[in-house]
Design a protein around this ligand. Sequence first.
Ligand code: UD1
Length: 401
Amino acid sequence: MGGAKNSALPLMFACLLTDEVCRLSNVPEVADIETAARLLEGLGARVERPAAGEMEIDCSAVDQWVAPYDLVRKMRASFVALGPLLARFGRARVSWPGGCAIGSRPVDVHIAGLSRLGAAIEQEHGYVEAQAPKLVGGHIILELPSVGATENVMMAAVAAEGVTRLENAAREPEIIDLADALVKMGAVVRGAGSSVIEIEGVAKLGAMEHAVATDRIVAGTYLVAGAISGGEVEVSAARAEHLQSPLEVLEAAGAVVERKTDSVSLRMDGRPRPFEVATAAYPGFPTDLQAQFMALACLADGESRIDETIFENRFMHVQELARMGADIGLAGNRALVKGRERLSGAPVMATDLRASVSLVLAGLAAEGETEVLRVYHLDRGYESLESNLRRLGADIRREKA
Ligand code: UD1
């Protein structure tokens, strides 16, 4: 099990805060990480991979503060470069990310937070332009616990003058990972992982070496792979404490889960029992595992209920699962899934990262062959998916990239 891309991305952007060389390890080799590396290089950074999973980032020569449209459009997480660029240059220009397949995904919370630190922010020609000759700590209450907004504010506040108190902060493990790395750089950050984070600004940040935390969403995906195929799986390096809610749902579905110090294993006999899921901010059930669990519900012995409360349009996999014989009724943000004994393999189309992996999971359990098109979505966040699934006994191959 590799590092979390959602941790690695902000950690890479945090390197912009220093002109010393930073070293990250356990960096996953996925397309989103490459996009972030291209973005940093475009700003003037040197990004190298001395060995598998390792990354060396030297931002000493960075002299640009513009994150261009062609990279931000590929990956919304690039918007998190705004905070560190602003901290470093007193100005930043980052392409307005726009919506994406799963929802409108505005950035108002990011902008409100950075404004409270003294930034003047405007939208012009499709870009967000931020200026702050001097960032000053402040009291910020986020309107909702946005992961990206929490990261943006943290990375600006570490270099602001004075203390920032950030309330209603996101509590995701990725926030703790970022705070740990910032502290290694000399920042003063307290309370990450709770909903109140306090940051004391410092004059200068230095180098850090940091191992990216493991990917809880990838771990959860492999556990569902075990559950959906009625088998056994052990996910090494998975941290059960980051997966509390999904593990409880798997248990409700009848899986036997063993939480070990450095792995999680699962055994499933027979069909899953129906279950109920409502996505929520951490420590609630992650929206990034909703599609995978829906694939599991398609085979349950009864009706499951899945509420998506984070993104307004994150049910695109429903139509594709229906092509495989799934019986799913949609009403607003609620899906009622009547489990079937069998799904039948079919050609299906991936629409986003997590939706695409849910189709692969459904394909594992379906009778006959399933062909997943637009598989490049998978490569944004899953490393060696085919070979890992083959090790679990799946018959899966990539036809073309
Ligand atoms: C991060 C994750 C993504 C995950 C999501 C929710 C990364 C790189 N991505 O995305 O995989 O699905 O958290 O767990 O870490 N919102 C606003 N205004 C804002 C910001 C957010 O209304 O300014 C809304 C969003 O539209 C969404 C909700 O808040 O409905 C949560 O979004 P947020 O936590 O910001 O997600 P991301 O950081 O974009």
